[in-house]
Design a protein around this ligand. Structure first.
Ligand code: ADP
Ligand code: MG
Length: 510
């Protein structure tokens, strides 16, 4: 192409907008009015005080004014009252020598209402440097602005919804290696917003130690061959409390299969978890007590059948005592003792199923206690234990099934005797209080350690080699069935006081 530039006889300057334009189509400046005529932006020329000198016709399509309506007027009515200050700042800047700038503001439409505009301006100075004109270019950004607002509103709504549902959102950008946490994530983790270092170590340190291995494996699997997950684990908060969370995760890959981002939600399910746990414990307890009840029925049924043959055995053994060689007498005594022991167990078992009840016979409290003492006497005497009763001269009355009540006191007295291997005194103190008859059985025995107290009355809870752990349980049930209760106080090494309270039968009780 060597010579072609010489056609026009001279080199044209490379500046296409110079008067001698590059394409040789004449003077472009002649087109300026046409360009202005068709500009979509509103271009204005004003004096520094804001009075309009020129506006492009686009002001009509954009805001509804004819340019002639505005020429000669100031901008005061043009701006939204809250945005007038922008123009004041522009003037200030120009006077300080900064001739260019931009801002976003609302401009008044002729028909009412406002549109959002992005405004750029520049100042034109004369030879002496004085500001001659201010030119501004205003672009309608209302639509974009509204979209932005709508987006922000829907983001707000989303974050409200997440807060209410206690759902947090996280996103890990694999390219940027950056982690985003929504506000609710911080709330669930009990951290001030923004205060989380997005490293794997920092994250794992917030996981409950027992779940840490699991979560770490899950995350590694995620980095390698990721599958969407839905899982639960526990986290540790800075204040030491534990939260159960449900975590869902998924990911995006590019067409080449490279990991782009991982994201997921986290929901605080602590309350649900605790409710489930409570429900499960309650169910277990129910099953346990159902099992016990069934067992009790079975045991009681069998015990009932054993009772009659047992009575026969005991009767004949007693009869034999008269006719057996003196050197064999001790065998019979042992047999009788053992039979009595069996009888007691059988009696307790029978009461397991049959809810004891006040069959409604009026009895003198003292009579019942004397019966129980008589029955306990042989064992007490053998252990060097003395029983002393103190009662009001007029015995209080109770409405009861006398057999059951004396069985109850027997159980309590025998426990007291058995707690005193070195002998001692058991005091039985009867008092009356308003509607109650109170019987205290005070021993000087070994006492019961505090941690064992709550287990008293549980079936089969015993500390004795030949114990059954049925005595107290049956006693509690008898007391309850009579509308009363049993309380036990104890001091290790000093002794135990068992307090039985029963409803008192008023007056002479007959
Ligand atoms: P058992 O007498 O067959 O062991 P009980 O139900 O009567 O069953 O008593 C349960 C347990 O409660 C006893 O094994 C004993 O450890 C404790 N206990 C009950 N009464 C006393 C008491 N007066 N002094 C010390 N321990 C007692
Ligand atoms: Mg006992």
């Amino acid at each position: 192409m060597g010579n072609s530039t010489t056609h026009h006889g001279q080199h044209e300057p490379q500046d296409g907008f110079s008067d001698n334009n590059a394409w040789g189509h004449g003077d472009v400046t002649a087109l300026y009015p046409v360009i202005l005529e068709h500009s979509q932006d509103i271009i204005t020329v004003s004096k520094l005080d804001g009075t309009f000198v020129y506006l492009t016709p686009s002001v009509q399509t954009a805001l509804g004014y004819l340019p002639s309506e505005l020429v000669g007027r100031t901008r005061d009515d043009w701006y939204h009252p809250e945005d007038v200050s922008h123009w004041e700042q522009v003037r200030q800047q120009i006077m300080e020598g900064k001739d260019q700038g931009s801002f976003t503001c609302r401009l008044r439409r002729k028909g009412g209402g406002y549109g959002w505009f992005e405004v750029r301006f520049c100042a034109v100075r004369d030879g002496s440097g004085a500001v001659q004109w201010v030119i501004s270019f205003a672009r309608d950004v209302t639509e974009r602005r509204e979209l932005e607002m709508a987006l922000r509103r829907s983001r707000d709504k989303l974050s409200h919804a997440q807060r209410i549902a206690k759902i947090g959102y996280w996103e890990w950008d694999a390219q940027q290696q950056s982690l985003y946490w929504s506000d609710e994530m911080y709330a669930i983790w009990g951290l001030p917003p923004g205060q989380f270092v997005g490293t794997m170590e920092a994250y794992l340190s917030t996981i409950h130690p027992e779940d840490r291995d699991y979560v770490s494996r899950l995350m590694r699997a995620g980095m390698e061959g990721f599958r969407p997950f839905d899982t639960q684990f526990r986290i540790l908060l800075p204040d030491g409390s534990i939260r159960h969370i449900q975590a869902l995760g998924d990911l995006d890959r590019d067409v080449a299969g490279r990991l782009l981002r991982m994201f997921g939600t986290v929901q605080d399910v602590t309350e649900r978890k605790l409710a489930e746990l409570r429900l499960r414990t309650a169910e277990e307890q129910l099953r346990k007590s159902e099992r016990l009840a069934a067992l009790g029925h079975l045991a009681a049924g069998i015990a009932h059948e054993i009772r009659n043959p047992l009575t026969t055995l005991k009767g004949f053994t007693q009869l034999l005592q008269g006719s057996v060689n003196p050197d064999k007498q001790s065998f019979l005594r042992i047999m009788l003792d053992e039979l009595t022991q069996i009888e007691r167990i059988v009696n307790d078992l029978v009461l397991l199923a049959k809810p004891a009840g006040a069959e409604g016979r009026a009895q003198r409290m003292v009579d019942i206690l004397e019966r129980a003492m008589q029955e306990t006497e042989p064992e007490a005497a053998a252990g060097g234990v003395r029983m002393e009763m103190r009662a009001p001269s007029e015995s209080p009355w109770v409405k009861c099934s006398p057999g059951q009540l004396s069985q109850m006191f027997c159980n309590i007295l025998r426990n007291a005797v058995q707690a005193m291997p070195n002998g001692g005194v058991i005091q039985i103190v009867v008092t009356e209080a308003a509607d109650w008859v109170v019987v205290q059985i005070i021993d000087e025995g070994t006492g019961i350690p505090d941690e064992r107290l709550p287990h008293l009355g549980e079936p089969f809870f015993t500390t004795k080699e030949r114990g059954t752990g049925l005595g107290l349980m049956v006693s509690y049930r008898i007391a309850e069935a009579h509308g009363g209760r049993i309380d036990i106080e104890s001091q290790v090494g000093r002794g135990t006081t068992v307090t039985v309270s029963l409803p008192r039968l008023g007056g002479q009780a007959l």
